[in-house]
Design a protein around this ligand. Structure first.
Ligand code: 1HE
Length: 266
């Protein structure tokens, strides 16, 4: 499936897509509402991932304006029946599953508010870059609601049950440096440098062997859920499949013949 150029160019869209060779840059584009995640935004996000051309091997996700995302669009909660509430979460889960367990790795640039559903969205990405301005909060307790976009599973896996409990109960907001220490971010950069860093990382991921990226994105989280003996068996099987790809042989051969880069610090 190829992207309709109108989708790429339409400035009114709340998720914009730009294809840059092997990577795509997806932009949350609702700055007047601080990129609050309405069903329209979630739907556009879902559709954007669905429509990416096969030539795209990695994705950068970021937000326009002063904040990555203020979380759930609270105006949509007001009139939900219990059944609609469950379906609301399911719509988010479908879109977020597509990102986490999709065809290509995603790097998220976090700046300003990364709160509530915004943090739930960021935690779906495989790699996270924080700018100095980024801060992290789970204000659901203050709003009288609960996590509903997968955060009680995904954010908890990142920073642990105890920290999520404390954030939600007390409204504790962590700054970017703290977020790096906790594991909410993998990289910390100066304000305005996040996109450049994310592009660099996305290009690097896009240059990996596709089967390695598949194994990393799909097998690693599965193995993490398995009892040890199952995990080791899954690992052995996936390792065997990955290394038997012709591309793996070519890459290993290139290193042995001194045609490939070395692993160096920095
Ligand atoms: C919103 C939202 C929103 C802003 N839903 N409309 N999330 C929160 O509890 C965070 C709520 N937002 C904030 O705390 C602040 O907006 C920010 C710190 C992020 C930014 O502050 P500021 O001063 O730059 O902007 P603002 O004036 O507060 O907001 C600008 C506009 O965006 C304003 O609308 P306007 O029509 O008066 O201009 C705000 O009402 C609107 N806005 N955030 C709706 N979140 C799946 S479950 C997930 C559960 C959660 O995510 S709970 C956490 C919700």
């Amino acid at each position: 499936m190829t992207l309709n150029p109108e989708i790429i160019d339409d400035a009114s869209r709340q998720v914009q897509v730009a294809i840059e060779g092997p990577i795509a840059v997806l932009t949350l584009n609702r700055p007047a509402k601080r990129n609050a995640l309405s069903l329209k935004v979630i739907g556009e996000l879902n559709a954007a991932f669905e429509a990416l051309p096969a030539s795209v091997k990695a994705v950068v996700l970021h937000g326009n304006g002063e904040h990555f995302s203020a979380g759930l669009d609270l105006s949509e909660l007001v009139a939900l029946s219990p059944a609609e509430g469950v379906m609301h979460s399911r719509v988010w889960y479908e879109a977020f599953d597509k990102i986490q367990f999709g065809k290509r790795p995603v790097v998220c640039v976090m700046h300003g508010a990364v709160v509530g559903g915004g943090l739930e969205l960021a935690s779906v990405a495989h790699v996270r870059v924080a700018e100095d301005s980024a801060y992290f909060g789970l204000p659901e307790g203050q709003r009288g609601i609960f996590l509903g976009g997968g955060g009680s599973v995904r954010v908890t896996k990142l920073i642990g049950f105890s920290r999520v409990t404390e954030m939600m109960l007390t409204g504790h907001v962590y700054n970017a440096a703290e977020g790096l220490q906790l594991g909410l971010a993998h990289h910390l950069v100066a304000d305005g440098q996040g996109l450049a860093k994310a592009r660099e990382l996305a290009l690097r991921m896009a240059s990996n062997a596709p089967m390695s990226n598949f194994a990393i994105m799909h097998a690693l989280p599965l193995i993490a859920e398995q009892p040890m003996v199952h995990g080791l068996m899954t690992e052995a099987l996936i390792a065997t499949i990955t290394q038997s790809e012709p591309e793996a042989r070519e890459r290993v051969e290139a290193f042995l013949q001194k045609r490939a880069g070395k692993v160096l610090p920095g």
